[in-house]
Design a protein around this ligand. Structure first.
Ligand code: BMP
Length: 226
């Protein structure tokens, strides 16, 4: 399953770019969700996002601002994101429970927004600080009722660790394609979704690229069941 990262390149019109990609991949059976983050929102604000998300209908709609602030501020941002039509939001777990994650979790619970915590990242530098605390961050976020975790397709040992600690949470794994991870490897390690951006959005034919990635995912999972 694929969560498509819609990160418009600079000097494009983000709305037209997102609509054009979505129109090419919409209805694909492997497409489970879309993720919109800083590249799109910094370029043009939030107002246009609402109509794009409306077109995404029953897909998971993830806001990726990787929030890392005090609780009161994260609640304001979450409220704006929910009003724009997002049903899930990504937060950094390293800000800790008290006065930050706990307040965000309270707000999200009462407004039906799914929270997803970053507990390990796809770039090598994640090992320097973040990965040293992955287990504690997973435990804290689980106790606060977080819906899911971001763990990297580029280091499947981290996915396995998160899956062991959180058997029924969702795991979303970036790093497939442009960052070097092979489609399907994260799913085999226990992820629910592979986050894919440029390998699809910058391909000459995004639908064909999605077909190819979905087929690789299928084959990887099939080999697991053999
Ligand atoms: P791409 O497939 O083009 O490399 O895009 C990956 C997407 O996943 C980007 O939107 C990026 O912000 C996000 N991401 C990541 O690459 N690594 C992480 O550890 C966490 C992310 O959210």
């Amino acid at each position: 399953m694929i969560v498509l990262a819609l990160d418009p390149p600079p000097s494009t019109d983000p709305e037209r770019w997102c609509r054009s990609i979505l129109s090419r991949v919409s209805g694909h059976p492997a497409l489970a969700g879309v993720k919109i983050g800083l590249p799109a929102i910094v370029a043009r604000g939030l107002s246009w996002v609402q109509s794009v998300l409306r077109d995404a209908r029953d897909l998971l709609k993830v806001a990726d601002l990787k929030l890392a602030d005090v609780g009161a501020i994260m609640r304001i941002v979450l409220e704006n994101l929910a009003s724009a039509g997002f049903d899930a939001a990504i937060l950094h777990a390293f800000v800790g429970r008290e006065g930050a994650l706990d307040e965000a979790a309270d707000w999200a619970k009462s407004h039906g927004v799914k929270l997803i915590a970053v507990v390990s990242m796809s770039h090598p530098g994640s090992r320097q600080f973040i990965d040293r605390h992955t287990s504690e961050m997973v435990e804290t976020c689980l106790s606060l009722g977080f819906w899911g975790f971001v763990a990297p397709a580029t280091r499947v040992d981290m996915i396995k660790l998160v899956r062991k600690l959180a058997p029924s949470a969702k795991i979303l794994s970036p790093g497939v394609g442009a960052q070097g991870a092979r489609p399907g490897d994260a799913l085999r390690a226990g992820a629910d979704y592979e986050i894919v951006g440029r390998a699809i959005t910058r391909a000459p034919d995004p639908r064909e690229a999605m077909n190819r990635i979905a087929e690789e995912q299928r084959r990887a999972l099939e080999s697991l069941n053999r």
